[in-house]
Design a protein around this ligand. Sequence first.
Ligand code: DX5
Ligand code: ZN
Length: 218
Amino acid sequence: MIKIAPSILSADFANLGQAIQAMDQAGCDYIHIDVMDGSFVPNISFGPMVYQAVRPLTDKTFDCHLMVDQPERYLDMVAAAGADIISVHVEATKHIYQSLSMIKALGKKAGVVLNPGTDLSQIQPILHLCDLVLIMTVNPGFGGQKFIQASLEKIKQLKVMREEKGLDFEIEVDGGINFETGKACAQAGADVLVSGSFLFNQTDWAKAILDFHSHIDM
Ligand code: DX5
Ligand code: ZN
């Protein structure tokens, strides 16, 4: 079964707690949390104090996507705030091996993220450290952008790499995901779909999550 991770970047921030509880009730798998620093990406979202505040409201996995430069500076804080999966961009650090090792040492699941312009060869040496690989299917920084079709080939190649190396990390996709693009990603090999604007814009979130499953699951 495909996993659905609503991106709370598209939630009504005036009612963030309610939105998270409603997505929990609607049957999502992860809560996707986009942390932006205004440097690695041209937008600023929220930091650990915000998701620490909503952590008691749900038992769902907090899937924390760090769009920040030198993420190793924040890993302690992110872990303490209640993240379960912590993903760092390979483009954001000179020390990706160390960053992933630090996340594991904190007892959290480690993820690596690739921008659309970054080749899979960049992460080949550290794939064995990953619990999750996140393929960006838009340029990071904003919700509501158009899915980049060329991402599908990258997902397929990553799935082959996983098989060849005998690894078991999850493949997650993020950006421009709707029923159609989500299905194409799942067919290419994605295990987890992040959905922001498309999912949050539906009037019935439980129905929308069920519809993702009925479109995609075998
Ligand atoms: C973009 C973020 C995404 C974003 C996705 O940088 O990483 O998680 O919320 O939003 P949609 O689904 O609207 O493209
Ligand atoms: Zn994200």
